[in-house]
Design a protein around this ligand. Structure first.
Ligand SMILES: Cc1ncc(COP(=O)(O)O)c(C=O)c1O
Length: 426
């Protein structure tokens, strides 16, 4: 263990040497992340800066959390106002707050009418802190719906999920992960999930039983290798959900909020799910905030006093950040920006791919682009890109994931392309 040093712990920021920071984390933190050797001292817009002032173009954007760019001034100002004005801190959940009410109404209206087959009475929102917590809320909702509406015996409810999924890392959620690494040694796991091949509608059909209550899907698998399902897959899920009275829930934590060139990724297939999960960019990447949104009908059926809750879920600071981030999303037309820039970027990457001996396939929508490499070692390219001032990482080992803040400008895109050219073509 490293000896204690004199560090300015008071403000939580020391500007100590990189090596000190590496050691502090090594000695006092769980080693559950593989990190690159970079201590970020400053993050603004699309750029991260280290101690020596070296700049890195952030083309990972905290896996879509920094969609509006780091420290977006509108969101920062909203958060500062809340802190200075003394309406930011967490309050006992026995009282109402202004920021929560406003945020709930904004978030409810942000999504189209969920589950329209139950009527047009609007949406309701249940806020939490991190994405996986809202995935848990969605699971509870689907199970309760099965129990209450479909009269499935409690404990027998089943949810269909997909091979290669990533929905977070609580015990229930890792229980249906395809990744051994996520679940080995963490049993007993939670039953009630059936995983089928992503994109295979026939497999879904076969998996439905009288105990099935819902389908949980990522409309575009990010962690699972940047995989876009075949055209018609989401429509097929919608039809199966309608025919069999199942709740269809889309996890849009990574691909929602404009990332794929539409507000919601499910819009690419013109469907409307029964519930949607948002997180990450929902607060502009400044404060943890996630939501499960469903129709008022379903939310009121499932949740009653005491059936859910969270100390920080929907606390004022997060709600203020969330409301500001939703405003930025609309004002700056982030989905449109993503669609326009993503189209150009993808074409440029495809042109590089034609000249590269390393690229197997380029796939993506909006500013969510995967470059699958032939030898399956995408991380090797990511490391080279890091040395050239670009932050990207691999998805599923074989694919380089490009997901910059949606506000990336032309010059920054040129910089990105120059570095990709160097490592993919040489
Ligand atoms: C699609 C998807 N679902 C759920 C999660 C979990 O979110 P969180 O890490 O905020 O719990 C993630 C995180 O990357 C994600 O990409």
């Amino acid at each position: 263990m490293t000896a204690m040093r004199k560090i300015n712990y008071f403000s939580g920021f020391s500007n100590e040497k990189d090596q000190t920071i590496f050691n502090l984390e090594k000695d006092y933190g769980a080693h559950h992340y593989e990190r690159i050797d970079l201590v970020v001292r400053h993050a603004k817009g699309c750029w991260l800066t280290d101690e020596k002032g070296h700049k890195y173009l952030d083309c990972l954007a905290a896996y879509s959390a920094a969609n509006p760019g780091h420290h977006h001034p509108t969101i920062v100002n909203a958060v500062m106002d809340a802190l200075i004005g003394n309406y930011a801190s967490v309050l006992s959940n026995v009282v109402f707050t202004d920021p929560l009410g406003i945020f709930l109404s904004e978030a409810a209206g942000f999504a189209p009418q969920m589950a329209p087959r139950f009527g047009n009475q609007g949406n309701k929102v249940l806020p939490k802190n991190g994405g996986v917590e809202s995935v848990e809320t969605a699971i509870k909702t689907m199970r309760y719906y099965g129990f209450k509406k479909k009269k499935i015996e409690d404990g027998k409810q089943q949810i269909i999920v997909f091979d290669g999924n990533f929905h977070g890392r609580t015990i229930s959620v890792i229980s249906f992960s395809s990744s051994k690494k996520y679940k080995e040694g963490f049993g007993p796991l939670t039953p009630g999930f059936v995983s089928v091949e992503f994109g295979n509608i026939e497999a879904v059909k076969k998996a439905i039983t009288p105990n099935t209550c819902g389908i949980l899907v990522e409309p575009f698998q990010g962690e699972g290798g940047m995989r876009i399902p075949p055209k018609g897959f989401l429509k097929g899920l919608r039809e199966l959900a309608d025919e069999n009275d199942l709740l269809l829930v889309c996890d849009e934590i990574q691909v929602g909020m404009g990332r794929t060139g539409k507000k919601f990724c499910f819009e690419h297939e013109g469907i409307v799910p029964d519930g949607v999960i948002l997180g990450k960019a929902l607060s502009g990447g400044l404060v943890p905030l996630s939501v499960f949104i469903t129709s008022a009908f379903i939310m009121d059926m499932v949740f009653s006093k005491g059936s859910d809750g969270s100390t920080f879920g929907g606390y004022p600071l997060a709600c203020v950040a969330g409301t500001a981030a939703l405003k930025v999303f609309e004002e700056e037309k982030l989905a449109e920006q993503s669609a326009k820039k993503g189209k150009i970027l993808k074409q440029r990457i495809e042109a590089i791919a034609k000249r590269s001996t390393h690229v197997k396939e380029v796939r993506g929508k909006g500013l969510f682009i995967g470059i699958e490499v032939k030898d399956g070692n995408a991380m090797e390219f990511c490391r080279k890109l890091f040395k050239l001032g670009l932050i990207v990482n691999d998805s599923h080992g074989h694919t380089i994931r490009i997901s910059p803040p949606l506000v990336i400008n032309e010059e920054e895109m040129d910089f990105l392309m120059e570095q990709l050219e160097k490592v993919l073509v040489g």
